[in-house]
Design a protein around this ligand. Structure first.
Ligand code: PLP
Length: 410
């Protein structure tokens, strides 16, 4: 009989979004007349159409595929040079990153999960709480944790609480950890780390021989020029960090699929015999064995994000979403609730009225305002008492949400 990876049985069966779906369905079944009124500000997915420059580049690439002379079969596993070079020139100029340190993929969700393939057993792994659930669940699947307790916290992981007191930026671990996941601008809290805070993380990583996984999926939403856009802006980071980037949230690629990992050749891990091995070498091997390259039209579309027209279009998309975030922040503040995020990220992180849990607030917003939010406790126990509103929406929907929010909380 085939045995299974029993680690999967430790997973808390995708609690958050299925539970949201269940409650929304129960509401619409009971109130069919109100179903059409529902506005979803829950899932972090973009809503605005793909930029014209991206579509034109993809159309052109498809046409090339239709002609023998320009047809393309398998591309380089690591990604086409034209895209890797465009990424380095546009996103990492002056940071000393070379095109062969960039690995193109079909998404950061897969990258942040797959990266565990190249790490050994017994690492002490730190994650922030609240957190993007992918980091936790992929560690559970890989056997890096014990069982979950009744609050959903897994034995063996080091949880770094993010609270109003620390501005939702985790403090350095008290103990020595081998791997840590950082995400700035943060999903779900919308927080950003200052240069000083990132310098402290890099110093910690150097002193403790830690590898930092830096998820910068929301880099394009940073408005404050003093906030670092890449971990590699911090001196020494190229020895301890790898960075995940995606075209999903800036270029609207959630349905197109393109992302990349930057692994400087100077970041290493320890082999069983004590020698240091570059992570770049291992990921290169892993990527070319288990991945056959992102689609050519998709990579052409991604490169168009860096064209003059593409940059202008992305800027307009970001301005649209950040304009939404501003309205949501104002509405929540005027309702007297504590608000974080929304200034350098498309997520607004809001404190529940005194005495309400995250799910109480979810039910109240659904039942009384027909607005779907995301309960903070679904991202980790430190998220209890908070909820997330996504700014990914049309302006009309956001204006309506603000109106209903104020009415319900008045
Ligand atoms: C949306 C998101 C990503 C991007 O995921 P893709 O698979 O590239 O669409 C990565 N990290 C976080 C925290 C996200 O919210």
């Amino acid at each position: 009989m085939a045995t299974i990876n029993s680690n999967f049985l430790k997973l808390k069966a995708g609690y958050l979004f299925p539970e949201i779906g269940r409650r929304v369905k129960a509401f619409t079944d009971a109130n069919p007349d109100k179903a059409a009124k529902i506005i979803r500000c829950g899932i972090g997915d973009v809503t605005e159409p793909l930029p014209a420059s991206v579509r034109a580049a993809m159309h052109e690439a498809i046409d090339e595929m239709g002609v023998r002379e320009t047809f393309k079969g398998y591309g380089p596993e690591q990604g086409y040079e034209f895209l890797r070079q465009a990424i380095v020139d546009n996103q990492f100029s002056d940071l000393g990153i070379s095109a062969d340190e960039v690995f193109i993929s079909d998404g950061s969700k897969c990258d942040t999960g797959n990266i565990l393939d190249i790490f050994g057993e017994g690492n002490v792994i730190a994650i922030t709480d609240p957190v993007y659930p992918v980091y936790v669940d992929t560690n559970v699947m890989a056997g890096n944790t014990g069982e979950a307790d009744d609050k959903g916290a897994y034995a063996g992981l080091v949880y770094l609480p993010c609270t109003a007191e620390n501005g939702f930026v985790a403090e350095l671990p008290k103990e020595k950890v081998d791997l840590v996941y950082l995400c700035f601008p943060n999903n779900p809290t919308g927080s950003v780390a200052t240069r000083e805070q990132l310098e402290a993380w890099v110093k910690y990583a150097k002193e403790n021989d830690t590898v930092i996984f830096y998820d910068a999926a929301y880099e394009a939403f940073i408005q404050d020029p003093s906030v670092p856009r890449s971990i590699f802006e911090i001196e020494g980071a190229k020895d301890v960090a790898i960075e995940f980037r995606s075209f999903s949230k800036n270029g609207g690629f959630t349905g197109v699929r393109c992302a990349y990992v930057v692994i400087p050749k100077t970041v290493t891990g320890k082999a069983a015999d004590g020698s240091r091995v570059p992570l770049h070498q291992l990921w290169s091997r892993r990527h070319s064995t288990k991945f056959n390259g992102a689609s050519y039209p998709v990579q052409k579309g991604a490169a168009a994000v860096f064209s003059e027209q593409g940059e202008a279009e992305v800027k307009a998309l970001i301005e649209h979403y950040m304009g939404n975030a501003k309205l949501l922040v104002e509405a929540c503040k005027s309702a007297g609730l504590p608000v974080f995020g929304g200034e350098n990220a498309p997520y607004v992180w809001v404190g529940c009225p005194a005495g309400s849990t995250s799910w109480d607030m979810f039910d109240k917003m659904l039942n009384e305002a027909q607005v779907v939010i995301t309960p903070g406790s679904g991202f980790g126990s430190a998220g209890e008492g908070w909820f997330r509103i996504s700014a990914f929406n049309s302006r009309a929907n956001v204006e309506e949400v603000c109106k209903r929010l104020k009415a319900v909380l008045a």
